[in-house]
Design a protein around this ligand. Sequence first.
Ligand SMILES: Nc1ncnc2c1ncn2[C@@H]1O[C@H](COP(=O)(O)OP(=O)(O)OP(=O)(O)O)[C@@H](O)[C@H]1O
Length: 356
Amino acid sequence: MQLALTLEKIVKRYGATTALGPIDIDVRQGELLTLLGPSGCGKTTTLHIIAGLTTPTEGRLLLNGRNITALAPPYRDIGLVFQNYALFPHRTIAENVAFGLRMRKVPKAEITVRVRAILNVVGLPNVEERYPNQLSGGQRQRVALARALVIEPSILLLDEPLSNLDALLRKKMRLELREIQQRLGITTVFVTHDQDEAFEMSDRVILMNGGHIEQIGSPEALYDSPQTRFAASFIGEASLTPCTIAQVRGDDVVADLGGGMTIPAKAVRPVDGVGSQALLMARPERVTLSEPNATDALPMTISKRVFQGERILFELTAANGHAFQCSVPSIEKYREMQPGLNVGAVLHECRVIPGA
Ligand SMILES: Nc1ncnc2c1ncn2[C@@H]1O[C@H](COP(=O)(O)OP(=O)(O)OP(=O)(O)O)[C@@H](O)[C@H]1O
């Protein structure tokens, strides 16, 4: 595994307040790594430190093995795309895209060829002579991407690049962006607070919270094995219930939720043994409904029903008072189920987070 960029013990303090860190991040060659997390968690600060727009209070940055911590932004070999495009309004698209090449004193003839080529890559042939206000939001964002890519940077930084686009275009653009990133094989660090975007686009996701890293992993790993209460509640929908470990065999455990309710689950890391406290995570789409007395099913009552179009979300309440969410496809058999109905619920593929 080749590393493109390393953040070593990076800290950012404003006066007495630590906004970020210490954090360590390794960005692998060619991957798309996403910084995900709620507002104020430190995503932008991290990205700006990589770009050289913010100076870290402590720590080192290595780009392809070279220490760039003290290097000014233009010398960092980094392409940057912001959410507001930041195009020059009175310059043509060709001039906008050519900007970085002109700064680098690339010969004119070569600039023309490279600008045309990169506009083709982002799917915008024949717009060179237009001005930014003659393009749609999605097209402008592709111009901003072309401008960052034309200098052939070692690393591409994307700061919420899709957040100014409407929902439909956003969905289309994230697939396009990912496709371009993979085709070029360009190492990319992407900032978003949108989980769907992070999941669809990333090789790995860094979940941040309060200036520190909560968890790093593939989208699947984050979804399937959240390591903390925060990760379990931030990523996807989940019912989280305190439990006591009743049985342990490797990572297979039985969680005791009280009132005679026990549920088999997988521990996301070794538990502290029988009797230890943990958190049980059940994903709504992994709950199936059957008759109240079906084998293996837990007796519950539908306490709430939310019609969502494609799916129906039920809240189920067990006799011991614990509530669970259950998401089912919007088909006839479920449409008829209303609050007050007694059902049997099977909670599949539950996880146990030790000590959370
Ligand atoms: N110039 C500054 N002075 C003081 N504190 C700052 C400054 N810039 C950022 N912070 C603080 O640093 C923390 C991290 O901010 P940052 O902008 O990196 O968060 P973020 O995850 O990008 O949030 P958002 O999604 O809202 O952009 C926040 O608590 C913020 O208030």
